[in-house]
Design a protein around this ligand. Structure first.
Ligand code: OYQ
Ligand code: ZN
Length: 262
């Protein structure tokens, strides 16, 4: 026992099944998207995003990622169309990223990883009365995934990366108003869609995933600022850089990925 490592090991994705058996469920996320196997569905309408009167409130470090939250008391910021039966209300967005280099996204495309992936999380306020209630329903959530690729700088991201120093530690939060996520979207809204789950515990199988095919470009300098965030709170003596906060692709288990395009 004496030589047991006393370093607290962060339980990674491979051990989540012990506390969350759903980790081995039939509709887990992320997945590898194989474009040739995606089924073009001409009945799929385009998705429409209404983020103009968006109502961001704060930006925080929750120990897993950096999260921008929105006031979701009404339908000012919604996603609709595509595979969705009705409007889903924007609740928050956050990112997943790697260490230096080109891995870091959760979904992969024909095995290709991107440096990061943005998730805009929405809930079905037409059918459910709260995010928590929607989060456990099979049609409760819709997450829009956007790939980030390192090339030249993306202006819209600067408002976020310039605020990251204020939420360096887990449990820190600061005001973050009037941020419109439109500035983080690519020009094309072509997408793949499939039934999946939250990619971190509790891994609920309640997410209709809508993954955009076109990445946005960010600079290495901007990505470097994400990596100055820490997994730990200010009180903990350990200082672990927040990086590689992505779950690897999970088995498709017979699911069909549909494409909004030929
Ligand atoms: C009811 C409580 C709620 C389940 C817990 C808080 C929450 O929102 N979790 C969450 C949200 C999005 C993703 S992802 N990465 O977009 O799949 C992963 C986890
Ligand atoms: Zn996510």
């Amino acid at each position: 026992i004496a030589d047991m490592p006393h370093v607290a090991v962060l339980p990674g994705p491979s051990s989540w099944y012990k506390d969350y058996p759903i980790a081995e469920g039939a509709r887990q996320s992320p997945i590898n998207i194989a474009p040739e196997e995606a089924v073009y569905d001409h009945g799929l309408p385009p998705i429409s995003l209404h983020y103009d009167n968006c109502t961001s409130t704060n930006i925080s470090n929750n120990g897993h990622s950096v999260v921008v939250e929105f006031d979701d008391v009404d339908d000012r910021s919604v996603i609709q169309g595509g595979p969705l039966e009705n409007a889903y209300r924007l609740k928050q967005f956050h990112f997943h990223w790697g260490g230096k280099g080109c891995h870091g996204s959760e979904h992969t495309v024909a095995g290709k990883t991107y440096t990061s992936e943005l998730h805009l999380v929405h809930w079905n306020a037409a059918k459910y009365s709260s995010f928590a209630e929607a989060a456990v329903a099979p049609d409760g959530l819709a997450v829009l995934g956007v790939f980030l690729e390192v090339r030249d700088e993306r202006g819209g991201l600067n408002k976020i990366t310039d605020s990251l120093y204020m939420v360096k530690f887990k449990g820190t939060v600061t005001d973050f108003r009037d941020f419109n996520p439109n500035c983080l979207l690519p020009s094309s809204l072509k997408y793949w869609t499939y039934p999946g789950s939250l990619t971190t515990p509790p891994l609920y199988e309640s997410v209709t995933w809508i993954v955009l095919t076109e990445p946005i470009c960010v600079s290495e300098k901007q990505m470097g600022k994400f990596r100055t965030l820490l997994f730990n709170s200010e009180e903990e003596e350990q200082r672990t850089r927040m990086e590689n906060n992505f779950r690897p692709p999970q088995p498709l288990k017979g699911r069909t990925v549909r494409a909004s395009f030929k």
